[in-house]
Design a protein around this ligand. Sequence first.
Ligand code: SAM
Length: 335
Amino acid sequence: MNNMNNYKEVQYIYELSYGYWKSQVLFVAVEMGIFTLIGDKDKSYKIVSKELGTNPRATEMILNTLVSLGFLKKVKGSFRNAPISRRYLIKDIPLYQGDRVHHFHNLWEFWSRLDVAVRTGKPTAFEDVKDDDVDDHRLSDFLKSMHNIGSIQAEEICRKLRIKEYQKLLDLGGGQGTYAVRFAMENPEMMATVYDLPYVIKITRKFICESGLQGRVKTQAGNCLEEDFGKERFDIIFVSNLLHIYNPAEIRKILKKCWYSLMKKGIVVIQEFTLNSAKTRPTFGTLFGVNMLLGTVGGGMYAGGEIKKWLQMAGFSRVKKMTLSLNSNLIIGHR
Ligand SMILES: C[S@@+](CC[C@H](N)C(=O)[O-])C[C@H]1O[C@@H](n2cnc3c(N)ncnc32)[C@H](O)[C@@H]1O
């Protein structure tokens, strides 16, 4: 070891190796509700441990570590939420991200068997469950997590896409309907349909009712691989985070159905974490591909160019890409 660069390399190896320590501290803090409990107050570790019913010595260590990770501040021996925690980690605020954190924690179990997936090529998390056997708790955790990220991205998409120009939206694989509801709020002329699997649509209906938009945001239960969603019914089809669940042949099938369901001059808008053509960047995208290896039968991360080619094969023209924050992209095709 003879120069600073070597130290940096060793440091990088160490940082990746203990990376899960940081994740675990955040998971525990969110799941114990530390940020919510502190709220807008200053609290000593003794008070936090008393209110949480946790061990004082251990609580102090976790709180100090949360300071070093930037989530708390320590002022005169007491702890208060840092701006990032106030904005995103206190329950019931509009941009709450704790469910997303919890979702990543849930994935841990599957990631711990990555070696098995690499040896066999088979997922460690996928269960081919029938509608009646779906674990409602897990499903609800998943949809809440999608809602956390969706509530941030829907804002950005409303700003970047001229959502007011479209009247008939299909939100394909729309989950609980975060985007459809947000787009319909943005555009009072819009009639929207959220399409998803029957066991999801039950939750979608509840979410739409809570938004008060049930008059304009409808639901349709079905499997988009098996059923069509109507001929020339929509002027915009939004396909967010659906394609990576499937293999290229299945994706081409879905895109063809989209083309068929769009009115002339309609657009399909795909939201995905895409990769470069070598499939080596960005890092988050490659890792998300591994996540799909663990959680689906044939899904993965695709290069932007692949999705573009599949759109063109389905009949779409003037395909263009728009970069979003949080690792996502929009790929838009015109019918
Ligand atoms: C990763 S979630 C994305 C949810 C939402 N579009 C978003 O971006 O927040 C994928 C959604 O696609 C739905 N889905 C998966 N396969 C489907 C299929 N074959 N037919 C209809 N919906 C499907 C899932 O139930 C889930 O709600």
